[in-house]
Design a protein. Structure first.
Length: 277
């Protein structure tokens, strides 16, 4: 990179201090969320539970998934992992399996099956909006729960952004769900996420989500349970507000040059989090 510019006479190091809220024991927090959720009262011994894992680089996701699977197995359930990631991984089951494995979510590490498919079934339609779909392995289980990070989205803003409601529509809906929702543009997310969550609560076996909030250090700040009836409601909205309050921020409103150390879709869909940069 070559350009004519005067170098500054002085360079200063700037250090920022962010709120350091973090979960000390992720596995214990997952177990506490499940035990206080009411889910275990619904799940009978021998029943199957699809545990939905997405594609983004969630901190401690392997530990969170493992703790979820272990607690369900201890209850006598038969959990398995499904890929809840829309069209990521090249929109193929092999690609999505590879993404899961790259995050440490494998059959060996989880102690359960990975059932990955791109096939879906229709579960309903939003009035005036898109048809909604569900991964067929998830739909065939007795119960489905999602492991979902709540955070601001980089392409649209509203009361609901990245979180369980979006994960239902795009993640569980796989490539078909992504195509149907993206056809309405970014405004479609603002209009349809809440009513879509009501359809999933009424028409599917989705029982809820282990909702994850991260801090500015990209570490787990909070783990809570959202029942299906709470997904897409004010409860999820409040968690999004909290996630926003814990985010990192740049120390200056305007800069001439910003050099990034690392970019990638594992960090954000845009390669870097434009809510920070």
């Amino acid at each position: 990179m070559r350009f004519k510019a005067d170098l500054p006479d002085m360079l200063l190091e700037v250090h920022q201090t962010f709120v350091a809220q973090r979960v000390a024991d992720v596995s214990a927090a997952v177990c506490a969320a499940l035990e206080g959720s009411g889910l275990l009262a619904l799940v009978q011994p021998g029943e199957t539970v699809a545990v939905g894992v997405g594609s983004r680089g969630i901190a401690n996701i392997a530990a969170i998934a493992h703790a979820t699977v272990d607690r369900l197995k201890a209850h006598g359930a038969q959990p398995f992992i499904v890929a809840v990631m829309g069209s990521h991984g090249g929109a193929t089951s092999a690609g999505q399996t590879e993404l899961l494995e790259s995050m440490g979510v494998t059959e060996a590490t989880m102690g359960c099956e990975l059932r990955v498919t791109m096939d879906v079934q229709a579960v309903g339609r939003i009035p005036g909006g898109p048809e909604l779909h569900q991964d067929i392995h998830s739909a065939a289980a007795n119960h489905t729960i999602l492991l979902s990070r709540i955070k601001p989205h980089t392409d649209f803003h509203g009361k609901l952004e990245s979180g369980p409601a979006k994960m239902e529509v795009i993640g569980l809906g796989k490539q078909r769900g992504a195509e149907m929702m993206h056809a309405y543009g970014t405004s479609g997310f603002q209009r349809f996420l809440a009513p879509a969550a009501r359809v999933y609560a009424a028409n599917t076996n989705v029982r809820g989500a282990i909702a994850i909030i991260e801090n500015a250090h990209e570490d787990t700040a909070e783990i809570v349970w959202l029942a299906a009836k709470e997904i897409g409601t004010e409860t999820e909205e409040l968690l999004l507000r909290k996630a926003k309050s814990l985010m990192a921020s740049l120390p200056f409103a305007a800069m001439d040059v910003l050099v990034m150390r690392e970019l990638g879709k594992n960090i954000s869909g845009t390669g870097m989090d434009t809510n920070v940069i």
